[in-house]
Design a protein around this ligand. Structure first.
Ligand code: MGD
Ligand code: MGD
Ligand code: SF4
Ligand code: MO
Length: 730
């Protein structure tokens, strides 16, 4: 029986005994001092650790340490290109903001550096004590799409099947959840069907809610290499960099995409510009869909979307005329109160026009983080390991079999989603939280509320590379993590390509790879024997390979790291030429039991968040520049990246609105919503329409404004719809 010890009590017992106890369990790992296992080669390659494009970088080594890097000319993804973040990825490892030792919060609010022994035992005794006192469900974790698949699987398996956590979710909820649900329902599995070559083979590319030039610049370079003089269509309420470079730009009223896409389907039907043979052979429910879109006449759609009829017709005509049409979407679709249906409306267009399974086609969700795809398949949060379902008994049995664990240890539900975990903290149901490789206190919605909730936690553990993140600042315990470049593993990119990352630099101080932190915690929790097989990233890769067998994401032919080609390998991995690129559904066979894809649709609803006389402007948020990454914990460490953008919190306002509000360029602007307020510096630009403003997500503050509204199916927040008031700040 554990009592909940206070930090003070723990501290008192800190030095002698704890060290002894843990030394016994450390199993030769050498707490805090890993044996150096650096790549000996003069040159080695690895996948970039920022975005899901998954470029390969050549690492230049000297004396076993990385000294420089350059883009990999042979890699089929980036072909010798890299964006500024990739070029600077080694530099950000070396920073005074790095967490180099474990830290604990003192009673007086200050910090003390502690040993790993102390940190690990504190973690274990505090979490166990909370579970004893308040029940298993009183502790939860929040993970990420930015650590290797091996680490994600270790975390999810250790926490849920080992430590008995009932609730754990990740930042992929903020990012990809809508696409996941859409694919699962429409195709029968979460499977983005494309290969990047499709960007070069399309004659018509439709980008909905994607600012590729900024968020996936190397994919945009691929579009620029398309030799077919393609029509490039961008659907975005803003005149983004991508929209400006496109051949056609449509700017519907935000959150009306669903209506617009049904309007396009309506016209394609009216013009008989649909593929009867494909629909009849490979899909279900088209008849109902047909009836559904009857009401979406061009006049109705134009009026709902704030467009004119000619624009709606032109968009539909471009799609009808294309021979190889590809549909691409990112956060403008996923982050919406109807993100799932909107993604499915794009899938429906691809299905009804037979634009799937052939070169240059597809309904293609572009993912965000370097390992969002690994997280979707193996984090053991929303889905059970291998893209399976917690609620399915056969799936649970299969996983228990492969892991050789008692099936009863696998919960029958996926547990709480991110927002439910935050609600649980607020209501006092959740008392302990473990945050790994995500910066919730900057990136989640209603930030003021979240920060208050985090303060109520009895125990907050933050496992991060940097001790300065907004979330680490609230922690009771900081576990210092090694980052990209300092550890081994694999990532899976947007086109399902598995690629290696390697240890090419030594982590500073006592920072450990997340993998080794999980090993230590497993040992200290008393789970050493259960996780004996999880001894190295490569050993875990073998387990994952077995877990993938027979699933759509089957890569069981890859059993060791040597089996992964230096060119990466896309799943599913066939017999024969594993290096050959592949797209899904070439045979028209989908993953539902009957082999058919489904038309799924619903009634467009207005968002709950509305403009009103008090808050008359519509705030859009998103990526600001190709040199900034999310909450900037990493990118702000590079002096070069910092010169590539304006390093201040900025708000983009149209000339008309600026004039009306008496705001000049460079003025400070007070922005308020029903949930909070913050100040930003004014940029006057025609990129935003009158009535709309834009703030990038990179500086702390913007998410204090964002309301709590979600897609009801995916529980992904609607980050791009917020009613605000703006005025010149004095
Ligand atoms: N440089 C850089 N690159 C990144 C990242 C980064 O932080 N920095 N993050 C990565 C991650 S995790 C992700 S998820 C991706 C995100 O990549 P993107 O989704 O391309 O980026 P965002 O800027 O969030 O959103 C895209 C666009 O959606 C538009 N939008 C807003 N509301 C609507 C709407 O109702 N309808 C439509 N059609 N469009 C709308 C916005 O105006 C914005 O231009 O980027 C990845 N790449
Ligand atoms: N307003 C608004 N907010 C948004 C969005 C938006 O469009 N608008 N987009 C949302 C989206 S799509 C996303 S993906 C989220 C991203 O939100 P976050 O995940 O919170 O953003 P990051 O800054 O990437 O945080 C990653 C953290 O992990 C740490 N880290 C990096 N590598 C490692 C590692 O190997 N190990 C460990 N332990 N730590 C590591 C970094 O230092 C950093 O603190 O933001 C969301 N928030
Ligand atoms: S585009 Fe993405 S993967 Fe490629 S170098 Fe830039 S951040 Fe890295
Ligand atoms: Mo994301």
């Amino acid at each position: 029986m554990f009592n909940v010890p206070s930090m003070k009590e723990l501290l008192r017992s800190a030095d002698g005994e704890l060290t002894e106890e843990l030394r016994l369990k450390s199993n030769g790992l050498g707490l805090g001092h890993l044996p150096a296992r650096l790549e000996p080669d003069a040159l080695t390659t690895m996948v970039c650790g920022y975005c899901s494009t998954g470029c390969s970088l050549v690492i230049h080594m000297k004396d076993g340490q990385a000294i420089n890097l350059s883009p990999d000319g042979r890699y089929p993804v980036n072909r010798g290109m890299a964006c500024p973040k990739g070029w600077e990825s080694l530099r950000v490892l070396d920073s005074s903001e790095r967490a180099v030792v474990p830290w604990r919060r003192n009673e007086d609010g200050g910090w003390t550096a502690v040993s790993w022994e102390y940190a690990v035992l504190t973690f274990v005794s505090r979490m166990k004590a909370l579970q004893e006192k308040y029940g298993k469900g009183s502790v939860a974790f929040l993970g990420t799409g930015q650590i290797p698949t091996e680490e994600l699987a270790f975390l999810g398996t250790l926490a849920k099947f080992g430590m008995g956590f009932l609730h754990g979710d990740g930042n992929t909820r903020q990012c990809m959840a809508s696409a996941v649900v859409a694919y699962k329902q429409s195709f029968g599995f979460d499977a983005p069907p494309y290969t990047y070559q499709d960007l070069e083979e399309s004659d018509t590319l439709v980008f909905v809610g994607s600012n590729l030039c900024i968020a996936h610049p190397i994919l945009w370079e691929r579009v620029m290499r398309n030799p077919h003089q393609p029509r490039i269509i961008v659907v975005d309420p803003r005149r983004t960099e991508t929209a400006q470079a496109a051949t056609h730009h449509y700017a519907p009223q935000p959150k009306t995409d669903l209506t617009l896409l049904y309007g396009v389907a309506h016209l394609l039907l009216e013009w008989k510009a649909w593929d009867r043979e494909f629909v009849e052979r490979h899909t279900n429910d088209f008849g109902k869909f047909r009836v559904h879109v009857e009401a979406f006449t061009p006049a109705f759609v134009a009026q709902q979307c704030g467009m004119n009829v000619a624009e709606v017709e032109e968009l539909a005509r471009l799609i009808a005329e294309g021979q190889r049409v590809s549909f691409w979407w990112t956060m403008g679709v996923n982050q919406s109160h109807q993100g799932v249906l909107t993604a499915q409306a794009l899938i429906n267009l691809a299905l009804m026009t037979g634009n799937i399974g052939r070169p240059g086609t597809g309904a293609n969700s572009i993912t965000g983080q370097c390992n969002a795809m690994g997280s979707r398949l193996f984090s053991n949060t929303a889905s059970l390991l291998g893209g399976r379902d917690f609620t399915n008994l056969a799936h649970r049995r299969k996983v228990a079999d492969i892991l050789q664990i008692d099936g009863a240890r696998i919960p029958e539900t996926s547990g709480y989603a991110y927002d439910q975990i935050i609600d649980g903290i607020e209501s006092g149901e959740i008392k302990g939280l473990w945050v790994i490789a995500t910066n919730s206190a900057h990136s989640w919605i209603q930030q003021n509320r979240l920060k208050q909730a985090f303060k109520k936690l009895e125990f907050l553990v933050v496992q991060d590379m940097y001790r300065t993140s907004e979330t680490a600042q609230l922690a009771d315990l900081i576990l210092p993590a090694a980052g990209w470049g300092e550890k081994d593993g694999t990532f899976i990119n947007s086109e399902r390509r598995i690629g290696r990352i390697r240890k090419v630099a030594r982590a500073p101080g006592q920072a450990l790879a997340d993998f080794h932190i999980f090993r230590l915690l497993a040992e200290a929790w008393g789970l050493g024997p259960e996780f004996a097989a999880w001894r190295s990233p490569e050993a875990v890769f073998q387990i994952l390979s077995r877990l993938s067998e027979g699933q759509p994401c089957d890569f069981s032919r890859l059993q060791t790291y040597d089996d992964i080609s230096p060119l990466g390998v896309q799943w599913p991995v066939p017999a024969g030429d594993v290096e050959e690129q592949r797209r899904l559904f070439a045979d028209g066979h989908f993953y539902h039991a009957d082999g058919r894809a489904r038309f799924i649709f619903g009634q467009p609803q207005a968002p709950r968040e509305r403009l009103n006389p008090e808050f008359p402007y519509l705030l859009l948020t998103g990526r600001g520049s190709s040199a900034q990454w999310h909450t900037e914990t990493r990118t702000r460490q590079s002096p070069i990246l910092k010169r590539l953008y304006r390093d201040e919190a900025m708000i983009e306002i149209s000339p008309e609105d600026a004039r009306r509000e008496g705001i000049a360029a460079e003025d400070w602007v007070q922005v308020s919503s029903a949930h909070g307020q913050a100040k930003f510096r004014c940029v006057i630009t025609r990129k935003v329409k009158p009535g709309q403003v834009f703030i990038s997500m990179h500086k702390d503050g913007v998410n204090g404004l964002i309301p709590s509204e979600f897609d009801p199916q995916s529980r992904q927040p609607s980050y791009k719809m917020c009613a605000v008031f703006i005025k010149k700040a004095h």
